[in-house]
Design a protein around this ligand. Structure first.
Ligand SMILES: [Zn+2]
Length: 405
C-alpha cells in the first residue's frame, strides 16, 4: 500500500530512459529498504533499474535465479495520488469506491471476488488505478527478500532481484545489463489469479503494406489516376469480418490487426500487427494477409504493392521447452504451497518473453492482481501472501535439486 502511493506512470511518448523520472522515486525507496534488510549490493542505476543479490547460504551448487517485476504503472489510467483502500474481512457485497461512487466492484462483474469473502482485499479509491500491476509483484519480491534475510535456516542459492521501469510501454528490458544480472534462470512476478503459471506468449511480427498509386492532375486524370488511398481502403475492407482479428478471436487463435493507416493519393501504407502462438502460424497469418492484399491489387494493374514483415518478439515457450525444469520447479513450488497449477498462455508479450530470448528463460508467476489498468483494479491479500510462499518454496526446490559443489 506504500508503494502504490508513489506515482510511477510510464510515458510512451518519452524517449528518455526511464521514460518518466518519477519512476526512480520508487526504485530509490526499494534500494533503501533492501539495504536495511542487509542486502548490501542493492543499488539503482541511472535508468532506474534496481539490482540486488541475496547471497547463497548452501554448500550446494545452485544456478543463480532472478525474480523480476516492474515499478511502472500503465499510461491508460491515472497513477497520480493513488489512495489504496484496505477492505478487511470482505463481506461479498458491492464495494463503492469512496472518491467516485459510480465506480463499483461487484461479484457479478468480478466473479473471482467471491473467493476472497472473509479475507482482505485492496482497491483504489475511485479516481486512479491501484497499480497492483506490478507493485504487487514488487511487494511480494520485497517480502520474499525480507523473509529469506531473516530466516537463514531456509536454504537457497544466489538470488538476484531485478526491478525494471517502463514495462508498460514495452521497454522494460531495454537497458538491462545482462552481465551484471548474471542469472541463469528467471521468474517474472506479473501474473494474475492464484495458481496461474504462464510459460507461453504470442509470437509477434509487424507487417507493412505500401501501396503505390499513379498520380495525375485530377482535372485530366481520366484513365490514368490510380488512388493509393482507395486501394488501402479496399484492402482493409477485404479483411475477414468473422475471424482473423483480435475482436473475433480468443484462446489459441492468432490474428492480424491494422494499427495505423497513413498516406496520400500517390502512396499509402497500412501497418499491421500479426500474432500467433507458433512460428508457422505466424508465417501463415502474414502470408494470408499478403494474399488478401495481392488479390485487391490484381484489380488495379497499374498500382504496385510492397509487403514487408519485421520481427517483434517470439513465444517464450520456444526457449522454456529447452529448459523444462524452470517451469517444472515452479510447478513443484506451487504444489508445496498447496496450489493447483493453472498453466496459461499470454495473448501478448511480457518482459519474460524478451528476457527468455536474451538468455534468461523466464516464465511468469501469479501475483493476484485483477482488473488491471483500470480504476476498478483490486487484489486479494491472500493471493499476495501465497505468491511470497511460492517464491520461498521455489528457491528451496532449486536448492533441493542441486548437487554438492
Ligand atoms: Zn505488468
Amino acid at each position: 500500500m506504500r508503494y502504490v502511493q508513489v506515482d510511477t506512470q510510464s510515458d510512451p511518448k518519452s524517449i528518455a530512459s526511464p521514460s518518466t523520472e518519477k519512476q526512480k522515486n520508487l526504485s530509490n525507496i526499494l534500494v533503501e529498504e533492501l539495504l536495511a534488510m542487509g542486502i548490501s549490493d542493492a543499488h539503482a542505476d541511472e535508468f532506474g533499474y534496481v539490482y540486488a543479490t541475496i547471497p547463497s547460504n548452501t554448500d550446494k551448487k545452485v544456478p543463480v535465479i532472478c525474480f523480476c517485476s516492474h515499478v511502472d504503472t500503465a499510461p491508460d489510467c491515472s497513477g497520480t495520488g493513488v489512495k489504496p483502500v484496505l477492505h478487511e474481512k470482505y463481506d461479498g457485497k458491492d464495494i463503492v469506491l469512496p472518491d467516485d461512487t459510480t465506480q463499483v466492484l461487484s461479484v457479478q462483474e468480478f466473479v473471482y471476488l467471491k473467493e476472497h469473502i472473509g479475507d482482505s482485499i485492496i482497491t483504489a479509491s475511485g479516481t486512479t488505478l491501484l497499480g497492483a500491476d506490478d507493485k504487487a509483484g514488487v511487494a511480494e519480491i520485497m517480502d520474499m527478500a525480507n523473509f529469506l534475510m531473516t530466516h537463514p535456516e531456509v536454504k537457497h542459492g544466489t538470488i538476484r532481484i531485478l526491478f525494471t521501469p517502463d514495462e508498460e510501454i514495452g521497454k522494460g528490458t531495454e537497458k538491462i545489463d545482462m552481465n551484471k544480472l548474471a542469472a541463469a534462470f528467471g521468474y517474472t512476478l506479473d501474473g494474475g489469479e492464484l495458481g496461474d503459471l504462464e510459460d507461453e506468449t504470442f509470437s509477434a511480427d509487424a507487417a507493412t503494406i505500401t501501396v503505390h498509386g499513379v498520380i495525375a492532375h485530377p482535372g485530366y486524370a481520366k484513365g490514368h489516376l490510380v488512388n493509393a488511398l482507395k486501394i488501402a481502403g479496399e484492402i482493409l475492407a477485404a479483411l475477414p469480418k468473422k475471424e482473423f482479428s483480435p475482436e473475433t478471436t480468443k484462446k489459441r487463435k492468432g490474428f492480424v490487426h491494422p494499427v495505423r493507416v497513413e498516406g496520400l493519393a500517390e502512396k499509402a501504407t497500412i501497418e499491421f500487427i500479426v500474432r500467433h502462438f507458433s512460428r508457422e502460424g505466424l508465417q501463415a497469418n502474414a502470408k494470408r494477409l499478403q494474399k488478401i492484399a495481392e488479390k485487391v491489387l490484381h484489380k488495379h494493374p497499374k498500382a504496385k504493392m510492397e509487403f514487408a514483415v519485421t520481427e517483434q518478439y517470439r513465444n517464450m515457450k520456444e526457449v522454456l521447452d529447452k529448459h523444462p525444469f524452470v517451469v517444472e520447479y515452479a510447478k513443484e513450488a506451487y504444489k508445496r504451497s498447496n496450489l493447483k497449477v493453472h498453466r496459461k498462455s499470454i495473448r501478448g508479450g511480457t518482459d519474460g518473453s524478451r528476457l527468455s530470448f536474451m538468455g534468461l528463460p523466464c516464465p511468469n508467476l501469479f501475483t493476484g492482481m485483477q482488473s488491471i489498468h483500470s480504476k476498478k483494479e483490486w487484489i486479494g491479500v491472500r493471493d499476495m501472501k501465497k505468491a511470497v510462499e511460492v517464491m520461498v518454496n521455489l528457491v528451496q526446490v532449486w536448492e533441493n535439486h542441486s548437487l554438492i559443489k
